[in-house]
Design a protein. Structure first.
Length: 261
């Protein structure tokens, strides 16, 4: 379950992208969509979201020609009865592609009534009625998320108001910059991964370079706090920043926290 800090960080990442694509497609409400992303993805922590950047539980259907992944899910075909099934879900390369994919998905004719809705309850009611979800409490569940995080502030921003406080648009200007070739110091003990993302495998102690192994005193595959590392490559995923060091990838800046100084 996501902590309050993780929930806030996820909304800060995904909401500006939802506003960007909603505005470009002519939608008048984004709070419902932001709530859907939070609920469907567990605030970005589900495997489908963290590894495949599908934040809205989008299934492939017959028209999808892109990458996909088969996963287990629960459906409520009969009110009060959950049925476990396996289905194919759409897979995307990053968060922005995942958000764009959502707006591509609801561009289908059956979701036409959603576009002109101006309140989250009306938006969610229309999308549920069009067959987006089987949960009998889908609208109520999402409205609780809207209310808990005051997501209607993003509707005001979409329609010309001020951006919600403490939030930057796009990739926030206050995120740190990391430079290839520069030497940094770990502010905490960090796991080394095979790729840039928490979905990728954490390396073992024996897979690290000799220098990294010398700075992994408990031999758990995580490099000790205070170790100096050289940045060889930088990757961004929303506001998160990963850097590649000789042993692999580490989270330099993740969910609003800087781990490399």
């Amino acid at each position: 379950m996501a902590t309050q800090a993780q929930q806030a960080a996820f909304i800060k990442q995904i909401a500006p992208l939802i506003v960007k694509y909603a505005k470009g497609r002519g939608y008048k409400c984004v709070s419902g969509a932001i709530a859907q992303a939070c609920l469907e993805s567990g605030y970005g922590l589900s495997s489908l979201a963290a590894k495949y950047h599908n934040y809205f539980g989008l299934k492939c259907g017959g028209s999808w020609k892109g990458a996909s992944v088969n996963m287990r899910t629960m459906e409520e075909y009969t009110v009060g009865t959950l049925t476990a099934i396996s289905d194919n879900f759409r897979a995307y390369g990053d968060m922005e592609q995942g958000v764009k994919g959502y707006y591509d998905f609801i561009a289908y004719t059956r979701y036409k009534a959603v576009k002109d809705k101006t309140t989250p309850e009306a938006y969610l009611t229309a999308i549920k009625a069009a067959g987006y979800a089987t949960s009998s409490t889908y609208v109520q569940n999402n409205m609780r998320v809207v209310q808990a995080h005051n997501l209607t502030a993003w509707d005001a921003y979409l329609n010309g108001g001020s951006i919600p406080s403490d939030v930057q648009t796009g990739q926030a200007d206050n995120t740190p910059e990391f430079t290839v070739g520069k030497v940094y110091q770990l502010a905490v003990e960090l796991k080394v991964r095979t790729d840039a993302g928490t979905w990728s495998r954490a390396k073992t102690h024996t897979e690290l370079t000799a220098n990294a192994r010398a700075n992994d005193k408990d031999k758990d595959g995580a490099i000790d706090k205070g170790t100096k590392v050289t940045c060889q490559e930088v990757k961004r995923d929303g506001s998160d920043i990963w850097i590649r060091i000789p042993s692999g990838w580490i989270a330099a800046y993740y969910q609003g926290n800087r781990y490399v100084a």
